[in-house]
Design a protein around this ligand. Structure first.
Ligand SMILES: [Mn+2]
Length: 292
């Protein structure tokens, strides 16, 4: 399998600050070599912002994602699997805008909902809204700017691993058609039956999925290098099992690993966790390509 490892080294439109340092760190530490050693062909690419720093945040974020969308399109047309190292979770927008629109679903792993909107957000933090934007709850114009993308229907969408939702965000998510599988549900369910049945419910409307992993979904013991450490997270073993379960149901069309902040790292634990996740994703995709 050919992998296009695409780094998006930005945090809220700014290059190589905060979470924007994560992708660079992964590549410096040899994320590409690591995949090469597993037998994959790997091409590394870096997304650039080409609007000035003085532009407002939304304009910069739209520009970065529009450029990401172009790279995703190119990767798919050349037969590469796009594996994105994202600073922020809003990289979901550029990725989806670059994928063929038909029957794509979203599987979104995150300790947080990322389902806030400007109306209900307590902090106003833009990167607490990516899943809400992708499903059309807010910022419709942003999708148009990124690549004339339509929102993904809620019924094509699953959120996995939540354990820290704001009250109004929880209400919005519960009243939506987005399926939710919480961390507790996954942890109590060694055979992944709840995840399995949630995936089954996606089947009629979804053919392929985009797999999104905010690394904070993993417990801080194994992934401390994040901005918002949230206890009682998934173990790497549980995460690995979940990814394999997803790959058994759907072809994974693209994936992203986001939100690693090396400023909060401890003993390279998050780096090692990230490497293992990249390997697990690549193996799961490769084996589902050969079996389907
Ligand atoms: Mn997130």
């Amino acid at each position: 399998m050919k992998i296009n490892l695409i780094q998006v080294p930005y945090d809220l439109g700014e290059e190589q600050v905060g979470m924007g340092k994560g992708p660079i760190r992964f590549i410096q530490a040899g994320a590409d070599r690591n995949l090469l050693d597993q037998g994959f062909e790997v091409k590394v690419e870096t997304i650039k912002r080409d609007v000035p720093a003085k532009d407002d945040m939304l304009k910069k974020i739209a520009n970065i994602n529009a450029n990401l969308a172009k790279s995703i399109k190119k990767a798919i047309s050349e037969g590469y699997f796009p594996l994105v190292l994202g600073g922020n979770c809003n990289t979901i927008l550029g990725i989806l805008a670059g994928l063929p629109p038909s029957k794509i679903g979203i599987i979104y792993f995150d300790a947080h909902g990322d389902f806030n909107t400007p109306e209900i957000s307590i902090s106003g933090f833009f990167d607490g809204m990516p899943l809400a934007i992708a499903t059309g709850q807010c910022y419709p114009d942003l999708l148009t700017h990124i690549g004339n993308m339509s929102p993904i229907p809620e019924s094509h969408t699953m959120h996995v691993g939540a354990r820290d939702l704001d009250p109004k965000e929880r209400e919005l998510l519960e009243n939506s058609e987005v399926q939710v599988v919480t961390t507790d549900e996954l942890k109590e369910d060694i055979e992944m039956r709840i995840l399995h049945s949630a995936l089954t419910k996606l089947h009629p409307q979804v053919q392929e999925v985009y797999l999104h992993i905010d690394i904070d979904v993993i417990d801080p013991q194994e992934a401390p290098g994040v901005n918002y450490r949230t206890p009682n997270g998934l173990s790497l073993d549980e995460m690995e099992k979940a990814i394999k379960t997803i790959a058994a149901h759907f072809r994974i069309k693209a994936a992203a690993l986001t939100a690693y902040n090396p400023d909060h790292e401890e003993d390279e634990k998050t780096l090692q966790t990230g490497f293992r996740l990249l390997n697990v994703i690549a193996d799961a995709v490769a084996s589902s390509l050969t079996s389907k």
